[in-house]
Design a protein around this ligand. Structure first.
Ligand code: IMP
Ligand code: MG
Length: 176
């Protein structure tokens, strides 16, 4: 397996303040609740919140749908939100919008809990057909369909610690 850097640390460092500034302006005058989808969004979530430079309420949700590089197609909420969302303006922060299955599931979870408004912010948007018709209100970078790791994103738990984002090139004859 080989890793090819596709988004550098510097690109990430520059893009996050731009996203934060857009969000700060869109939510001006409103209380904002950010829900981070664990675990892939963790690095992005923290950097985004630091750059927002305004008060926010933060909660986490844990959702998992991936094994190796293929989706199981069945997102599972392993840890639901822990706060009352009724009447809140919620921004869901996730790492990747791919098929849309995961975010679709999280969106339902948040809407069912009575949020006043729900926005979506993702670090990466994959240019692939969606299984669930979801659009991100804020997106850091667009990618083709390649599987990527780093900056919080993992492959079976590995490579989250990379400071940049790299595409994974798997050797079909040797998946180890
Ligand atoms: P979706 O449900 O197909 O949209 O996939 C979204 C979730 O799958 C993300 O929140 C990630 O956790 C995971 N995922 C999708 N693509 C990648 C990738 O390239 N690398 C790591 N995780 C990914
Ligand atoms: Mg995720």
């Amino acid at each position: 397996m080989k890793l090819h850097p596709v988004i550098s640390e510097e690109q990430i460092r520059r893009r996050i303040p731009e996203l934060a500034s857009q969000i700060r302006s869109d939510y001006a005058g409103r209380e904002l609740t950010i829900i981070g989808a664990m675990k892939g969004s963790l690095f992005f979530l923290v950097d985004l919140i630091r750059n927002l430079d305004r008060p926010v309420c933060v909660d986490l949700i844990s959702v998992s749908s991936y094994r190796w590089t293929a989706t199981t197609g069945k997102p599972e909420i392993q840890m639901p939100v822990s706060i009352d969302l009724r009447g809140r303006h919620v921004l869901i922060v996730d790492d990747v919008l791919d098929t849309g299955l995961t975010l679709g599931h999280v969106l339902c979870h948040v809407r069912e809990r009575g949020a006043e408004s729900v926005g979506v912010c993702v670090l990466l948007i994959k240019k692939v057909p969606r299984t669930v018709d979801i659009e991100a209100d804020y997106g850091g970078f667009e990618l083709d369909g390649e599987f990527v790791v780093g900056y919080g994103l993992d492959l079976d738990g590995a490579h989250r610690d990379l400071p940049y984002i790299a595409a994974v090139e798997t050797d079909q004859n040797n998946p180890c």
